[in-house]
Design a protein around this ligand. Structure first.
Ligand code: AGP
Length: 609
């Protein structure tokens, strides 16, 4: 996700744009830029790096003007660089655009435009908008923008400025947020409220499929077919700090609630229209290379490691490939057996974890094809890998990983399905059914979030405890590990994730009423075994909170509390089961007044050994 700001009015646009971009830096910070109309020209300043670098550039080369657009980037297509920074301009340099979102069909559009003589300067999908609008422009900027939008498939929050319509900004929204701010003889556009709060609290939330035409004295909103839309103006009650968190108390809670969107964005463009095929252009393996893979090795740390454990189940089950997985800090020192037949999957949200980088280099140097799964375009892991699949979760600010984890799981499922598809290890019908189930995960996640208050009240049970046990089996053994990690790292309550079948080999000695157990017991091959484990805990006066499926009529007979998740294929339940465990950890830590976004002793990215 990126940050967008636009301004038209009597004031100096530069200061308003820079101030707004700084308020949106949490949405992306690998590069920034702005375009301002100055004396009949488009003055463009853009730089890789933080907004302060752009501000320094403006000190050296000032720009004066009252109409402008700005952008702070979180790269999705094209590594962070000066050329890939927004704004992007058309061939004539008379029109500039800034964009947040993903254009799924940008390659086809770019080829067509280049075939008509358009010269591209960047690797981004966004630049396609500039040339597409230019190709449609015949004197009416609004009409050209609408014509371009009709050709685009994907998500966008788009703002367009042109010297041929000097007193106008045009904004359009599809799946990526965009708000309009209304002042006295001045109008604002922004990705989020914090960017405009210093100037106005009167905002309009643009909806999907709408186009806004702004000039100094007002705004006109239409749909793509030109029909006018009247939308009420809202008054924002938040202060700036609360607005940065979208009104949530902590970034972690905001990011937990962003998961449906993050999952949707991570799926976008990777499933064919007919729902039958997975396409992963980021995995650069020929059919011959895919057939030559003899084993998979997954390398990661912490939460990413837990995602890798789920990936192991998915790839072995669907693609019938043996999968080994190791924490990077162990792998790098055990001289692992790796060769040209190994596909090494390196998972890292930040792409900068030192141990994970070392594991990547170990695998690469021994001949593996390295596939990186990362949330940060242009990160070290991205740069050093042979292939890369991004999780389009947007910046994850809280130290405790949530939306990055569930989008990593989604990429693992897509990879397993793709390997199965290309290696012919499962019938088409079975694959299509699984793809259909995957496509429902984002909305099912939303369903869980809509019932989060029930989990809030459950958290109160953890107020007085100092230790807890998380149990799972099969593909939800990693879920138990992840749930325990979430609780311990933000509440400082000791929590241990365990394979439920291991209870009798030790952990059962821990069970007391003061050591609650969380058990993941969803329908599937190990459900009955999980019921038995729950009974074992209850027989020792332990308190059990179970995570189970909607409509399960058994669980409540044995568990003290049941958190229900929508039904899906057992293999995909870790995505849904993770959400209540994230919320349980969050509300426990909030009850205890912890520093949830920045827990003691922890860093968001562990760049040292
Ligand atoms: C997860 O909540 C933790 N913050 C931590 O375990 C994290 O997953 C780990 O440090 C790996 O980080 P990475 O994904 O950026 O490599």
């Amino acid at each position: 996700m990126c940050g967008i700001v636009g301004y038209i009015g009597p004031a100096d646009a530069k200061h308003i744009l820079l101030d707004g971009l700084r308020k949106l830096e949490y949405r992306g910070y690998d590069s920034a830029g702005l375009a301002i109309q100055q004396a009949g020209e488009l003055a463009i300043r853009k730089r890789q790096g933080k907004i302060d670098r752009l501000a320094g550039e403006l000190d050296l080369a000032p720009v004066e003007g009252m109409v402008g657009i700005g952008h702070t980037r979180w790269a999705t297509h094209g590594a962070p660089s000066d050329d890939n920074a927004h704004p992007h301009v058309d061939c004539a340099g008379r029109m500039a655009v800034v964009h947040n979102g993903i254009i799924e069909n940008y390659l086809a559009l770019r080829e067509s435009l280049e075939g008509r003589g358009h010269q591209f300067r960047s690797e981004t999908d966004t630049e396609v908008f500039a040339h597409l609008i230019e190709s449609h422009y015949a004197g009416d900027l609004y009409a050209a923008v609408v014509a371009a939008l009709r050709e685009v498939v994907g998500s966008y929050a788009l703002v367009v400025m042109s010297l041929d319509a000097p007193d106008t900004l045009i904004a359009a929204r599809q799946h990526s947020p965009l708000i309009l701010g209304h002042g006295e003889q001045e109008q604002f556009i922004a990705s989020d409220v914090p960017a405009v709060l210093a100037y106005t609290r009167k905002v309009t939330y643009l909806q999907n499929g709408e186009v806004a035409v702004l000039n100094r004295d007002g705004v006109r909103i239409t749909r793509l077919d030109g029909t006018e839309v009247s939308r009420d103006i809202s008054i924002v009650a938040w202060d700036a700090a609360a607005a940065e968190k979208g009104g949530y108390k902590h970034f972690m809670l905001k990011e937990i609630n962003e998961q449906p969107t993050a999952l949707e964005e991570t799926l976008r463009g990777r499933i064919s229209e007919d729902g039958a095929q997975i396409t992963l252009p980021g995995l650069k393996l020929s059919p011959a290379q895919l057939s030559a893979i003899s084993r998979v090795l997954i390398i990661a740390c912490g939460t990413a490691y837990h995602a890798g454990l789920v990936g192991k189940y998915a790839i072995e089950q669907l693609a019938r490939l043996p999968v080994e997985i190791d924490v990077a800090s162990e792998l790098r020192y055990r001289d692992p057996i790796i060769d040209e037949g190994t596909l090494a999957i390196v998972i890292s949200q930040s792409g900068e974890t030192a141990d994970t980088q070392a594991g990547l280099h170990e695998a690469r140097d021994k001949g593996a094809h390295v596939l990186a799964v990362t949330n940060v375009v242009g990160s070290s892991v991205d740069r050093d890998a042979d292939s890369v699949l991004y999780t389009y979760a947007g910046p994850e600010i809280a130290v405790a990983s949530t939306k990055a984890y569930t989008t990593q799981l989604m990429v693992m499922y897509l990879t397993a399905l793709y390997l199965a598809q290309e290696r012919g290890t499962m019938p088409d019908e079975a694959r299509i059914q699984l793809i259909d189930a995957v496509r429902r995960i984002p909305s099912q996640t939303q369903t869980i979030l809509e019932g989060q208050e029930a989990i809030h009240s459950l958290a109160d049970r953890f107020d007085e405890i100092h230790s807890s046990l998380f149990l799972g089996r099969g593909v939800n053994f990693p879920t138990a590990l992840e749930g325990a990690l979430k609780l311990k790292e933000i509440s400082y309550i000791h929590a241990e994730g365990y394979a439920a079948g291991e209870m009798k080999h030790g952990p059962i000695a821990l069970i007391t009423p003061q050591c609650p157990t969380v058990a993941v017991a969803v329908p599937g091959g190990v459900y009955d075994k999980m019921l038995s484990n729950i009974k074992e805990v209850k027989a020792r006066a332990g308190h059990v909170i179970a995570v189970g499926a909607e409509g399960d009529g058994e669980l409540h007979k044995y568990a003290d509390d049941v958190i229900r998740i929508p039904r899906t294929v057992e293999l995909f339940t870790p995505v849904l089961a993770a959400v209540p465990l994230q919320l349980l950890a969050y509300y426990c830590a909030d009850n205890l007044g912890m520093d949830i976004d920045q827990p003691r002793n922890l860093a968001k990215s562990v760049t040292v050994e």
